[in-house]
Design a binder for this molecule. Structure first.
Ligand code: HEM
Ligand SMILES: *[C@@H]1O[C@H](CO)[C@@H](O)[C@H](O)[C@H]1NC(C)=O
Length: 259
């Protein structure tokens, strides 16, 4: 969370926030907790809520970026499910692009590769399916899903045709397409898309391709509340993955680089 705090500070340059941050740099508690900032920065929830709401209303994709940031680093309450975030994660003293990408699943992953990548971090198959529902928001570059449009055959043909118009077989690498038809709304549409063979990433469609996760996709597609509950629980669990706490790590003044 401190990671996110420092990124918010550089993103939003909120003066109240910067003030809090300078106090936060001094604080270090030995464990993650929902009340980590209760004495050092008592207003931080309202400060963050205001900053995030302002940022998301200005640019809807900001919510997607923050959610992805949590996945990639480990945090946020968007206009969807909510959960009690455990705060106190500190930043790494190292910055290494290869290491940052190494444990992440590729968009070309098979179902078994997805299952093992998440299992390596302690997640069950159902938790992996729930977390993948994050792809109900956000956008992806053409270069990431091109192969799916031109090589996969488990893709809805009208869906493929419309995507190909914005993502030719060569060129247009950075053209963006939404991960689902309502990319700014956190709902369970992602799972309905999978059932209609409208997953954007190859890895998305692997969750509904005649394998062991089809049944869970159907459950989430028909029950938004179940999805929201499972997603929130899995996000809390994700926030606890090997955190740097206490005096380990550091609090970056600029989240993009080590101090
Ligand atoms: C299941 C395995 C996953 C794979 C293979 C995967 C892969 C990707 C890729 C390749 C992109 C697009 C990057 C780009 O265009 O530059 C993306 C976007 C995104 N991912 Fe994932 N992801 C996975 C799981 C997750 C999880 C667990 C979360 C969060 C809990 C998440 C949240 C997001 C979000 C919100 C975006 C959109 C970001 C934006 O609009 O800027 N993903 N993902
Ligand atoms: C293709 O998408 C349409 C619209 O969502 C859907 O009605 C149709 O069933 C899909 N086709 C397949 C094969 O899933």
């Amino acid at each position: 969370m401190l990671m996110a705090l420092s990124s918010f500070s550089s993103l939003f340059k909120l003066s109240a926030f910067t003030l809090c941050l300078s106090i936060l740099v001094e604080s270090s508690s030995g464990q993650l907790s929902t009340s980590f900032y209760s004495t050092t920065c008592p207003n931080f929830r309202s400060v963050i809520t205001r900053a995030v709401n302002a940022a998301v209303s200005k640019e809807a994709r900001m919510g997607a970026s923050l959610l992805r940031l949590h996945f990639h680093d480990c945090f946020v309450n968007l206009g969807g499910p909510s959960w009690n975030v455990l705060f106190g994660r500190r930043d790494s003293t190292k910055a290494n692009l290869n290491a940052a990408n190494s444990n992440l699943p590729s968009p070309d992953s098979s179902l078994s590769a997805l299952i093992s990548t998440f299992s390596n971090k302690g997640f069950t198959v159902n938790e992996m399916v729930a977390l993948s529902g994050a792809h109900t928001i956000g956008q992806v570059r053409c270069s990431v899903f091109r192969k799916r449009l031109y090589n996969d055959n488990n893709i809805n043909s009208s869906f493929a045709t419309s995507l190909r118009a914005h993502c030719p077989s060569s060129g247009g690498d950075d053209n963006l397409s939404p991960l689902d038809a309502s990319p700014a709304s956190f709902d369970n549409r992602y799972f309905n898309n999978l059932i209609n063979q409208r997953g954007l990433l190859h890895s998305d469609q692997e969750l509904f391709n005649g394998g062991s996760t089809d049944a869970q996709v159907r459950i989430y597609a028909s029950n938004r509340a179940t999805f929201s509950r499972d997603f929130a629980n899995a996000m809390v669990k994700m926030g606890k993955i090997s955190p740097l706490i206490g005096s380990n790590g550091q609090v970056r003044t600029n989240c993009r680089r080590t101090n």
